[in-house]
Write a protein that binds this ligand. Structure first.
Ligand code: ATP
Length: 439
């Protein structure tokens, strides 16, 4: 059966993320600040794991990619050259009936206001620039204008020369970066899907122009596979090539990796062949030679760029949705987040059967020992059944229960989150047992 979008799932996820400490509305005690969110104790682990999994695949496991962490504040010259000052706009329309401001290109019906239902009430579309403009330094003057970056990509282009001059890279090679980006979105929404402050995970891969098409296809497949490898089911994921009228002016090909969100298919990541647009723009504006010099052949050429650009916060939300399952267990509904082990916030929880010191003492020692290798939760309250349910809702792959027999046989029970099967193993084997399953 093909997967279908499920709107009820959305409410359940939003509810669970608040209840279990994944995501809180920002500034909630002051009534909240629209479209910004804080990641709670569980959410920060989830988000970090998404970013670590990306970094591991894109940087650590590769010999041809290096990392970067560029500044968020940047001068207008960068955005002038990149084209963002002129073109990073969305078409904004006002509804003259209810005064809502909406993005014209996202309207289901271009004549009907989705807020008040009025027909033909929209103004002409205006170009609204999405960049946040601010002031750097104590003097308010034109020369002090700075922008919060709306994407991490420009950091890679303006450091292209630094990276080739200071490291051993040679094309084809990539520069990867994870970090916050800011866009003054007209219609933020759908929880953390579209926010004004978010995190991106981007790679700029520099190749010879003749290799650009092959490299583009390679990265489309790599990135699609990455989501499958980290727990998104194949029937909830697709790679969609842009039609020619959807392409940005500098891109000769773009494909989106899309997830079947509760409201339908929507973008997780875009993979684009940007040609030599960015390096050419920055070379012209800065006067620097942004080229590769091939010493053996004694020729200079400007690389093309293949860019897989993903959202960390959006991806975390997709992993949450894909992991969410409800099932009947002995007449009760069990909610379980079947996260891939790399994505799961806690890898293991240690649960003493009773709070009594003779069990709690050695159980906390075991937890302290495991913490050296894994993110480990410890929980001594409530019945063991309820504690298992709680860990299921957090997506913890394994629970280790220390009981009265453990005092005699030096063994513990390990419970598997997905099968709920339990095994008795020697305490000295717990670390090896988990390590084996987490690689
Ligand atoms: P959209 O069409 O959804 O506005 P986009 O095509 O402009 O997104 P890109 O500029 O390609 O997005 O950014 C790359 C990725 O960054 C997106 O695929 C998405 O995962 C993430 N992203 C972009 N804007 C936001 C946002 N406002 N909130 C959360 N994530 C975002």
């Amino acid at each position: 059966m093909p997967a279908v979008a499920s709107p009820e799932l959305f409410d359940k996820i939003v509810n669970l993320t608040k209840r279990r400490g994944f995501v809180y509305p920002s500034a909630e005690i002051y009534g909240g600040f629209r479209s910004t969110y804080d990641y709670g104790p569980l959410g920060v682990l989830l988000l970090r794991n998404v970013k670590d999994a990306w970094w591991r695949s894109m940087v650590q496991l590769r010999s041809d990619v290096v990392g970067l962490d560029a500044s968020i504040l940047s001068p207008p010259a960068v955005w002038e050259a990149s084209g963002h000052l002129a073109n990073f706009t969305d078409p904004l329309v006002d509804c003259t009936s209810c005064n809502s401001r909406l993005r014209e290109d996202k309207l289901a019906d271009p004549d009907v206001c989705p807020v008040c239902g009025a027909e033909g009430s929209f103004t002409e579309a205006r170009h609204f620039n999405l960049m946040f403009k601010t002031q750097a330094g104590p003097v308010e003057e034109e020369g002090a204008v700075a922008y919060l970056r709306p994407e991490t990509a420009q950091g890679m282009f303006i450091n292209f020369k630094n990276v080739i001059d200071t490291t051993r890279v040679r094309p084809p090679f990539g520069i990867a970066q994870i970090g916050k980006s800011f866009r003054n979105e007209i219609t933020p929404g759908q929880f953390v899907f579209r926010t004004r402050e978010f995190e991106q995970m981007e790679l700029e891969y520099f190749v010879h122009p003749d290799e650009a098409q092959d490299s583009y296809e390679y990265w489309c497949n790599e990135r699609y596979q990455w989501y499958l490898d980290h727990g998104i089911p194949a029937d909830e994921l697709r790679l969609r090539a842009h039609d020619s009228d959807e392409l940005s002016h500098y891109s000769s090909a773009t494909s989106d990796v899309e997830y079947l969100f509760p409201w339908g298919w929507d973008e997780l990541e875009g993979v684009a062949n940007r040609g030599d647009y960015d390096l050419t723009q920055h070379a012209e504006a800065s006067g620097e030679k942004l080229e590769w010099f091939d010493q053996a052949e004694n020729v200079r050429w400007r690389p093309y760029v293949i860019e897989p650009a993903a959202g960390a916060t959006r991806t975390a939300m997709a992993f949450l949705m894909a992991a969410y399952h409800e099932e009947e267990v002995r007449g009760e509904t069990r909610v379980v987040l079947r996260f891939h082990h790399r994505i799961a916030p806690y890898k293991v929880a240690v649960l003493p059967l009773s709070k009594k010191p003779e069990l709690a003492g050695p159980a906390s020692e075991l937890a302290a020992d495991l913490r050296g290798s894994f993110m480990c939760d410890y929980d001594a309250t409530q019945s063991i059944g309820r504690r298992y349910r709680r860990q299921d809702e957090l997506g913890t792959p394994y629970c280790v229960t220390y009981d009265f027999d453990s005092l005699e046989d030096h063994a513990v029970t390990i419970r598997d989150r997905d099968s709920m099967e339990q095994e008795r193993i020697d305490i000295s084997q717990v670390r090896a047992y988990l390590t084996e399953r987490f690689t």
